[in-house]
Design a protein around this ligand. Structure first.
Ligand code: UDX
Ligand code: ADP
Length: 464
């Protein structure tokens, strides 16, 4: 039986950081080293004040504090960590390609390939390499090819171990996972490698929750899980538009269908649209794979989930303009929330970015408040779209660290993230300081409609 004592993880991001912190916390006998090329990010992970680690995730700082310097290490010395480890997790980013064949659809595997080449060059002893990033089916095969053909004779086993954690609840998802999925080769060596990883997780996950499959099933399961989850959000969002036209209430519909045990109640919250680094990327990836096998109907079917999501974001922005008498030019619109969901400082693919872009096209002045997102990130996000010059974005968007100031003199408020604190605000005070009539567009259905209407707000929620 292989008992792993030294793990290295390449990539100290939203997946690698929390996952390895939990492994270190739960397996005090295993040394875990997380490496990253980004020296600034590593320095932040090593910051003496644990509250300054680069990722905000409830419970993460405490876990990092408990293990850091004992059996959890953050470093930029990628090669040293690879050399010392028996098991190497690859947790680097796999964004959608922005160039060449598969542009806008396929996953860009350049970071993965770089990792594989680096492992091949450095490794002097046998290694188990674990894919943790979301990858297209059959990436493991590509990694194996590179390792076997460029290495120094060391032998490699490749496992797929997709991560199912959701941001904002990552620590709980890691400590109490619904399941852990491990895919590996069906031959004897493959099975031994699987067993080694099963043993790591068995330190805290019950054996019956650890599923083992072949590599491709594991890779495809991750894409499928995210596609199904995103599809639920697009399905309820599609109904939200119909509800708005017919007088039905989308929350009531969601509740009614969710009580059917075959449907289930989770993931039926209508919103301004899903964001995050996974859903859109994974679906586009799935669409690309289906197309590359000539499966047009399969590709079109899944693509519609993303098309629906884009529509939802767009119609939220259009509705704001329409409701504010067809012009927001020169009007201040306050954004409550910029993160793609609550309890995270991650903004990748956040609906807020796209709504802001549309409103800036209409010459609105946007004032953003988010409890965890830094000003520089907000400008980075909007500049990344490339719609207008950075200078113009700077003029159009103001970032404030106080929600009351963000809403002061605004014509309208748009709720883009479901942060709990928004519900606790003194809404009367906010109303008093706004231009009248004062509008609230609740893109997350979190505020009390009756209360706000009684204060005097013109109040709109998605799907009502
Ligand atoms: C997702 C998957 O849940 C997770 O298993 C996978 O590992 C990574 O991708 P994440 O993107 O972190 O996790 O968050 P998730 O909670 O799934 O939310 C994604 C987006 O959907 C958010 O923008 C969220 O606000 C939105 N959403 C979710 C809704 O609009 N309505 C819902 O009912 C649920
Ligand atoms: P995820 O959400 O998948 O964790 P992130 O972008 O948050 O994605 O994190 C991925 C990390 O991987 C980044 O910090 C990036 O610097 C790092 N990275 C990418 N390629 C390499 C590499 N070849 N070696 C080390 N780190 C890398």
């Amino acid at each position: 039986m292989i008992s792993v004592k030294n793990i290295c993880c390449i990539g100290a991001g939203y997946v690698g950081g929390p996952t390895m912190a939990v492994i270190a916390h739960k397996c005090p006998d295993i040394k875990v080293t997380i490496v990253d090329l980004n020296a600034e990010r590593i320095a932040a992970w090593n910051d003496e004040d644990v509250n300054n680690i680069p990722i905000y995730e409830p419970g993460l700082a405490e876990i990092v504090k408990s293990a850091r310097g004992k059996n959890l290490f953050f470093s930029t010395e990628v090669e040293k960590a690879i050399d010392e480890a028996e098991m190497i997790f690859i947790s680097v980013n796999t964004p959608t390609k922005t160039y060449g064949v598969g542009k806008g659809m396929a996953a860009d595997l350049k970071y993965i390939e770089l990792c594989a080449r680096q492992i091949a060059t450095v490794a002097k002893s046998n290694k188990i390499v674990v894919e943790k990033s979301t990858l297209p089916v059959r990436t493991a095969e590509a990694i194996k090819n590179i390792l076997d053909n460029t290495g120094n004779g060391a032998r490699f086993q490749i496992l797929s171990n997709p991560e199912f954690l959701a941001e904002g609840t990552a620590i709980d998802d890691l400590i109490n996972p619904d399941r852990v999925l491990i895919g590996g080769d069906t031959d004897e060596e493959g099975q031994k490698a699987i067993e080694a990883l099963v043993n790591v997780y068995s330190n805290w996950v019950p054996k019956e929750k650890i599923l083992t499959t072949n590599v491709w099933s594991s890779e495809l399961s991750k894409l499928t899980a995210n596609a199904f989850l995103a599809q639920r959000v697009s399905s309820i969002n599609a109904m939200s538009e119909l509800c708005e036209k017919t007088g039905a209430d989308v929350n009531e519909v969601a509740r009614a269908i969710g009580m059917d045990s075959r449907i289930g109640s989770k993931f039926l919250k209508s919103s301004v649209g899903f964001g995050g680094s996974c859903f859109q990327k994974d679906i586009l990836n799935l669409v690309y794979i289906a197309k590359s096998y000539g499966l047009k109907e399969v590709a079109d079917y899944w693509e519609q989930v993303v098309i629906m999501n884009d529509h939802q974001k767009k119609r939220f922005a259009t509705n704001i303009v329409k409701t504010l008498y067809n012009t927001v030019s020169g009007k201040k619109i306050a954004f409550l929330g910029w993160a793609f969901k609550k309890d995270t400082n991650d903004t990748r693919e956040s609906a807020a970015i796209y709504v802001a872009d549309d409103l800036l096209n209409e010459q609105a002045n946007i004032a953003v408040y988010d409890p965890k997102v830094e000003e520089s990130i907000i400008y980075r996000d909007i500049n990344y779209l490339g719609t207008r010059a950075a200078e113009e974005n700077k003029q159009g968007i103001e970032v404030l660290n106080d929600p009351y100031n963000a809403c002061k003199d605004a014509h309208a408020i748009a709720v883009l993230t479901e942060w709990d604190e928004f519900k606790t605000y003194d809404w009367q005070k906010i109303y008093n300081n706004m231009k009248k009539p004062a509008f609230v567009f609740d893109g997350r259905n979190i505020l009390d409609a009756d209360k706000l209407k009684n204060i005097g707000f013109i109040f709109q929620q998605i799907g009502k």
